[in-house]
Ligand binder design. Structure first.
Ligand code: GDP
Length: 325
């Protein structure tokens, strides 16, 4: 594969080239990994950046309906929108909660939108790396907004938050004690909580839920990266396309404020450090998983068990024999 040519096509917004590049970064083959790294390295020099918005919510809350309405609103404004999913459930169950092809049908036909379902990978670490790489590819392909969706299974919200500039939590209207059902951790990473389905019979309940969350958000510790009034809760109806432009205005205001106050750059820099450290850790763990390393572990384990070697000595010996490539 000619990486320079692929790179040029991506930079000139060629969708097929983008899709091919995504397949390349998703591949586990060593030669593909090397090509993917070359490609990502070339594209990174352009320093193109999109607004990355993470979005979480339990199944049924209206994520795909919201992304479709919100995405179409953005493309109508002339913006180009990419949608990615982080769905660790697809690895475990073999079926994806988020990858269903029938979702977001109108948006998927929009020439200014690009939708990519979650790949099936065994580790959240693998899904995270692939998502980071795909976000980078979408930025190089000149998308203005990248939406990264997750269902919040396991640590997936943390992964998405560490990739995103802004984080949205989508909730459905509910009874008063629902508040406890939302993990405190996710409240702390949310920038804007959207209470969806604020329409028809559900509207009064949506109003109460929104008020409850507004109250709960005010009790959270003030974050230095937030202007007054954030994080905030708002009502939307993805189905009736209501409140979406207000939500977009809020997100843009927050984004501009953070850029002007240096928080945006700082966050991207912290994320880069975080993912670098993760990558080193995961590469080391993968090296421990090779057949040779396993055999060596077993041998050294035996010698420790028999008292032939000290634990520290054997551990050091193991680490020095790991594959340095
Ligand atoms: P997801 O599993 O989070 O992606 O949720 P979906 O987008 O598939 O929506 C689940 C159900 O909620 C569907 O039947 C939608 O039609 C419905 N729904 C989504 N958004 C709204 C909304 O704003 N109002 C109402 N009344 N229903 C909605």
């Amino acid at each position: 594969m000619d990486i320079a040519e692929l790179s040029n096509k991506i930079l000139s917004r060629d969708r097929r080239a983008l899709a091919r590049a995504i397949t390349l970064v998703e591949s586990q083959r060593a030669d593909h990994r090397a090509q993917a790294e070359e490609l990502l390295g070339t594209l990174a020099r352009q320093r193109r950046q999109a607004l990355r918005i993470g979005l979480s919510g339990t199944p049924g809350v209206g994520k795909s309906t919201f992304i479709e309405s919100f995405g179409l609103m953005l493309t109508e404004q002339g913006l180009r929108v990419a949608v990615l999913a982080v769905d660790p459930s697809s690895a475990r169950s073999g079926g994806s909660i988020l990858g269903d092809k029938t979702r977001m049908e109108r948006l998927s036909r929009d020439p200014d939108a690009f939708i990519r379902p979650s790949p099936s990978q065994t580790h959240l670490g693998g899904v995270a790396r692939r998502t980071r790489d795909v976000v980078a590819l979408c930025e190089a392909a000149d998308f203005d907004v990248v939406l990264i969706e997750t269902v919040g299974v396991g640590q997936s919200e943390t992964v998405v938050a560490e990739i995103s500039d802004l984080f949205l939590l989508l909730l459905a209207p509910a009874g008063g004690d629902e508040l406890q059902g939302v993990k405190r951790g996710i409240m702390e990473i949310a920038d804007v909580i959207l209470v969806n389905k604020a329409d028809g019979d559900l509207k009064p309940a949506a109003g109460r839920t929104c008020a409850d969350y507004s109250g709960a958000l005010r009790l959270l510790r003030k974050r230095p990266q937030d202007p007054p009034g954030y994080p905030k809760a708002m009502m939307v109806s993805a189905l009736e396309e209501e409140g979406l432009s207000q939500a977009w205005t809020e997100l843009q205001q927050l984004n501009i404020w953070r850029r002007e106050h240096g928080h945006w750059n700082q966050r991207r820099a912290e994320q880069a450090r975080y993912w670098f450290a993760q990558e080193v850790r995961q590469t080391l763990l993968a090296q421990l998983d090779s057949p040779q390393a396993r055999a060596r572990m077993a041998d050294l384990g035996d010698s420790v068990a028999q008292g032939d070697q000290s634990i520290n000595q054997a551990a050091r010996q193991m680490l020095t024999t790991l594959d340095p490539t």
